[in-house]
Ligand binder design. Structure first.
Ligand code: PLP
Ligand code: ZN
Length: 431
């Protein structure tokens, strides 16, 4: 007798599997293979997914990332859902025209809930899983956004929270954690040093570190950035995507997400080029790509793009592999280009992104100029964080308000002055 799969209770995730040697492990809080030290990844029963998931069943789900629950590693029918995901996929008009592209889309996670970065996706999965595994304290090693998400979603779920950041982060990122009253450890050192410290704490304190011992679950949350784009394009894959790289995890999981949708019969398979963006001041993955290396040489970060400043990226090798085999590219841009990228997106689309988004837009521009993006390709650029959190980056580059008296003639004078200034600036451009 065959038993019907009950889609309400049977979760499709089956094991943790080593990405290097394929060894399988129980679904516990661990992230490294005991045999070869490779990273562990969640494996699913795809034939079960093919039978139980349809476009309609997804569309009948919540208007959040949890509409893809069966592709995520949680048992709970009541995951922590704070409205994360289903962010706008904007058809770009003015930026597209400026760059000479015909089919450009912007996936706007600058307005992701609750803390305005894509990290809310990974944390929603990690904390749901942490609760299932019995953790009462959650933690993370963060470049800023992850600490914001972990603190906020832990507050919502009533979990104790202790987060670690480098001490030199932007004020908005620090405040964006403190407001939720976690224990916030500002470590005198860079992210890679924070991460090393956290690995030691994870071993001694029995906490759930979302991006260390819970990393296999956490990282699966990024797949929803692939799922949503496919659904929002009318159940189709794009031709080309451009996304920022820190550890490289997000990049590899968009790839995994697209492939799972093909595997589950939800979209048609087709080639998608994967291009990645880094800041020159921290570009170990772009360097490996450029030099054709299959290993990463760690670097010491020095860039305004702090949210993606990881000098020793855990998934860097896999990111290089994906860019190569899909015919994409990995590029790096200077801090000046990053600021220009932030301004360009704001002025053409009305979207204010942080430094990671500025990096991605600058790389998009660079790829177009190098002829690496065909104008007729359906291209999706991933904007992963909000500019209000990194105001320091654009300070001094965006002009100032015109302070006036509350009188009509004061206004008229100021308006005339600003128009004259504008004309002068144009003349300077023209000379
Ligand atoms: C963390 C982060 C990234 C990159 O994440 P990885 O998965 O580590 O590559 C990109 N953009 C923003 C805004 C981030 O906070
Ligand atoms: Zn292994």
């Amino acid at each position: 007798m065959t038993q019907a799969i009950n889609t309400q209770t049977k979760a499709a995730f089956q094991a943790l599997k080593c990405k290097e040697c394929g060894a399988e492990y129980e679904l516990q809080a661990s992230h490294v293979c005991e045999l070869c030290f490779g990273p562990l990844e969640v494996a699913y029963d795809y034939s079960a997914l093919r039978r139980s998931v349809t476009r309609e069943s997804i569309q009948a789900g919540p208007n959040s990332m949890w509409r893809y629950r069966q592709f995520l590693p949680v048992n709970s029918e009541n995951p922590i859902d704070v409205g994360t995901g289903m962010t706008p996929l904007v058809r770009s008009q003015r930026l597209a025209r400026r760059l000479g592209l015909n089919k450009l889309y912007i996936k706007n996670d600058a307005v992701n809930m609750p803390t305005l970065s894509f990290k809310d996706r990974v944390v929603s999965v990690a904390l749901t899983r942490a609760r299932e595994l019995g953790f009462t304290t959650v933690s993370c090693a963060s470049t800023g956004n992850l600490a914001n998400s972990t603190a906020a979603i832990a507050a919502h779920a009533g979990l104790d929270c202790c987060v670690f950041i480098p001490a030199d982060l932007e004020a908005g990122k620090v405040l964006g954690s403190l407001i939720y009253s976690p224990t916030l450890m500002a470590v005198k050192g860079n992210y890679d040093q924070v991460n090393r410290l956290c690995s030691e704490v994870a071993n001694t304190h029995g906490w759930g570190f979302v991006n260390i011992n819970l990393r296999p679950y956490y990282s699966e949350g990024s797949k929803t950035l692939g799922f949503e784009v496919a659904e929002q394009l009318g159940w189709q894959l794009p031709d080309h995507i451009v996304a920022p790289l820190a550890s490289g995890s997000l990049f590899t999981k968009i790839y995994k997400g697209f492939n799972e949708f093909v595997e589950a019969g939800l979209v048609e398979g087709k080639p998608v080029k994967f291009s990645g963006a880094q800041a020159e001041g921290c570009s170990p993955i772009a360097q490996a790509y450029k030099e054709g290396r299959d290993f990463i040489k760690p670097v010491k970060p020095n860039t305004i793009a702090k949210s993606i400043a990881i000098g020793n990226p855990a998934d860097g090798v896999y990111a290089v592999e994906i860019a190569k085999k899909t015919g994409g590219s990995i590029e790096a841009v200077t801090d000046a280009e990053i600021i220009e990228g932030i301004k360009l997106l704001a002025e053409t689309e009305g979207i204010f992104t942080e430094t990671a988004g500025g990096t991605t837009i600058a790389v998009l521009k660079k790829l177009v100029e190098a002829g690496k993006i065909d104008p007729d390709e359906t291209t999706v650029v991933y904007i992963t964080g909000n500019g209000l959190k990194t105001q320091e980056a654009v300070h001094g580059y965006i002009g100032e308000p015109l302070t006036i008296e509350a009188k009509l003639d004061s206004f008229e004078q100021a308006l005339e002055r600003s128009r004259t200034l504008e004309r002068l600036e144009w003349q300077q451009v023209l000379v």
